[in-house]
Design a binder for this molecule. Structure first.
Ligand code: GLU
Length: 489
């Protein structure tokens, strides 16, 4: 099989790739993966990664929908090396290319009424037959063409496709073939003067000097037709690699049915950009081993189109969540400080958080909890007790740890011990607890569990001694007092 990037003809420096999304209002994770593969390929080969917004659908291409794409890519640091190209600004150029193909004799004018053609197409489909344009207008005599032009009949430009099969070598799928019988003379420019996707994409890629096209499988069968257009324009044909679909756990195409598909949602949910980059980078691509964790630099170093897996990859949300936990546990406070403060403000505005934490305290909390959470926002949901007294206690925990004979007195005694600790550290706290446990002939865990429940309201969390240290002596003593009152009730 042809090697995608490193044929003798390629000087790596001249490699130019692009991501060409159509704004829809959402940036699908599949699109992000396509962008990422192109970006990695460019970085790996020393080439350029470009972005072209295919904004010819006026209704969908609102400034907001375009911004979603730009923001999503910027968040991941997958940003273009040259100014963004907007397809809508290039319509005159697309038309010019269509006229050029017409002039060269490889295209022809089609005066057929598009509504009638659509009706014929539908009729054929309804009886399960393929419809192929019957080349009515290819057979027109020059005088007939003149007559129609003089009468002002609108015309489209079609490209004359050869009768044989079309093939090309794909970087992922090897040889791809469309049978000649399945090809029809397709439209480049519509009767209303608007270019089709097929034309615009080729003209833009040619003008942008794109050498390699990595994109979704849905464009696989468009490719032979696009290659015809390159040839008709006399332009070099890029290499193509088509990336298989992303699937849900039921092995069907990933869609909203399976859960969220938009990158913005993952961002808002508290996934880190490093997580998404790692996860999407290994979704349908493998460096040849079964690692789950990989950095941006490693992706760049190892990325090669030959590692793209030629069948659909399953989007495993459990794994994504786990991975986010891995990254969170390695992230230092400064990198998440701003986001945490935003989450805190949100929690305060929602009434969950009584007051905004001070930064030095937040940093301590972060270091204590980061290896135990999956999302930044968890801090202000499941770990609110780090900022304020618990308002309730886990039911099962209460039955297990608060109903033991004498527990209220033990907690009270411990609280008194705590008050007299002069250096409030995890070590001194641990010593105090263990000393009492020994004296009472109890195991340390018989004290640790009720203490945890008393100060946090829950039965799981960070190491108790470290937790108490971070909470501070005053809060701990107060919380034990509240819990003891509760136990006595
Ligand atoms: N705008 C097209 C899409 O979003 C992509 C075109 C291409 O990559 O060739 O599907």
């Amino acid at each position: 099989m042809l090697k995608f990037a490193t044929d003798a003809a390629d000087s790596p420096k001249s490699i130019r790739v692009r991501f060409a999304p159509s704004p829809t209002g959402d940036l699908h994770v599949g699109g992000v993966r396509t962008a990422l593969f192109n970006y990695l390929f460019a970085r790996h080969t020393g080439g350029k990664f470009l972005l072209r917004i295919e904004d010819t659908d006026k209704e969908r291409s609102t400034p907001a929908a375009i911004q979603v794409i730009l923001d999503g890519l910027a968040w991941l640091g997958v940003t273009p090396d040259e100014p963004v190209v907007y397809q809508s600004a290039r319509i005159e150029r697309h038309k010019e290319a269509a006229y050029q193909i017409l002039k060269s004799g490889l295209g022809y004018r089609c005066f057929c009424n598009p509504e009638e053609l659509t009706a014929k197409r539908e009729a054929a489909r309804s009886i399960g037959k393929p419809f192929k344009y019957d080349r009515t207008c290819l057979k027109l005599k020059p005088a007939e063409i003149e007559g129609k032009l003089a009468a002002g009949t609108p015309w489209a430009v079609r490209v004359r496709v050869p009768d044989e099969d079309l093939t090309f070598e794909d970087g992922v799928h090897s040889e791809v073939r469309i049978l000649g019988e399945d090809l029809e003379d397709f439209v480049l420019l519509r009767g209303d003067g608007t270019p089709t996707y097929m034309l615009a994409v080729v003209v833009d890629d040619a003008d942008m000097g794109i050498t390699h096209i990595i994109r979704g499988d849905e464009h696989l069968l468009n490719t032979p037709k696009q290659i015809l257009i390159y040839k008709a324009m006399g332009c070099p044909v890029p290499r193509f690699a088509h990336v298989p679909l992303i699937l849900g756990t039921d092995k069907k195409k990933l869609s909203k049915r399976h859960g969220a598909t938009s990158i913005t949602w993952y961002k808002e949910q508290g996934y880190l950009p490093e997580t998404m980059l790692n996860f999407l980078g290994l979704l349908g691509w493998s460096p040849g081993d079964d690692r789950n964790v990989i950095s941006r630099d490693e992706l760049i170093e190892l990325f090669d189109v030959s590692g793209i897996i030629p069948h659909g990859a399953v989007f495993d949300e459990q794994k994504l969540r786990w991975l986010n936990g891995q990254y969170i546990s390695k992230t230092d406070f400064q990198s998440v400080r701003k986001s945490l403060l935003t989450y805190a403000e949100q929690a305060a505005a929602d009434g969950r958080l009584e007051r905004l934490p001070d930064e030095a305290y937040l940093e301590q909390v972060w270091n204590l909890i980061r290896s135990r959470i999956y999302f930044l926002s968890d801090l202000f949901y499941s770990a609110l007790y780090l900022f304020q007294d618990p308002t309730s206690y886990d039911e099962k925990g209460m039955r297990k740890h608060f109903q033991k004979e004498g527990i209220a007195d033990r907690l009270k005694t411990l609280s008194g011990d705590f008050e007299s600790i002069s250096r409030w550290t995890a070590v001194s706290i641990e010593e105090t607890i263990r000393r009492r446990a020994e004296e009472w002939g109890a195991s340390a865990s018989e004290l640790i569990h009720p203490l945890r429940l008393a100060v946090s309201g829950v039965t799981v969390g960070p190491g108790l001694f470290e937790l108490l240290e971070v909470l501070g002596k005053e809060a701990v003593v107060k919380r034990i007092f509240i819990a003891v009152e509760r136990i006595k009730q």
